[in-house]
Design a binder for this molecule. Sequence first.
Ligand SMILES: [Zn+2]
Ligand SMILES: [Zn+2]
Length: 320
Amino acid sequence: MTVKAYGTRGSSPVSRSETSRYGGNTTCYRAASPCIPAGTALVVDGGSGLVPASRDLLREGRRDLHVLMTHYHHDHTQGLPLAPHTHARDARVCVVGPREHGVGPREMLECLMKAPYFPVDFPRVANRFDCREIDPIGREVLLVHPVEGFHLVRVDEFEHLRSGGSVSAVPFTRASLDECLVVWMYKALHPEYTVSYRFEERPTGKVLVILTDHENTDSVPEGLRAHVDRADLLIQDAQFTRGEYEAGKAGFGHGTGDYAARVFLETDARRLGHTHHDPLHDDADVDAVVAEARDWLAAHGAADRADRVFAVADYQEMDV
Ligand SMILES: [Zn+2]
Ligand SMILES: [Zn+2]
């Protein structure tokens, strides 16, 4: 499994010479795996990075796009109206996300794509869209199989399949489950109902966790610990320095480098990539957040892990 960052900035896109190393697109990650069917692509979030991601995916011949939404804040949706897949006649887009305040993926798209905010009303493209709600987070698991495609099933159905049973309308056996990319969901700590995704590539055992728009807590809650447990790559929100956080950014729904380091250490994850970089941060400030994470690890007897922490840059491709 590999993951390519197309957008690592939080809150708003940026463009200035001092941010050129990490980039300025808002959140979008593309996960690639042999478990994903041919002609299909899987991305997390539709921030401004979705526009170049969609262009690349169409060039690869991947006309069937699945977008897993963490939540619907502007920095995670603003690429959807302008992504080439949204307007290509032979493309298909499946948008998966939570429902809150009466808004699921379909209502979000209807809101984004209408006058006076956008010249193309969503109903004009809706016949190529498939909108699926996750509700509630943690009760379902997404199975991705190279032949059978994408299926959202309840966790109890998944456990039944895993124990050798069968579930009507779900084309999996215990053996074919082991050919899947299994996507688990966890509710992040953020002002809106926000999903973190854990991708388990069962044929290789590799694990990727994307945990963005997640605020610090005083400890690592048990549910989060299980969700991140031994991830090969943890991509986590580290928008602020500790000083900024304590000087007024606490409660905004974002985290610090030292807290990300704590989650990384306590879950025995293998690598930690910071994401959701603050739009006011220059590259040197993003590096300072990484330095705080490394200092925290050194102060907690884990200096040997310091070089496994980095800040993710736009267009960086990572092996999981
Ligand atoms: Zn955000
Ligand atoms: Zn947010």
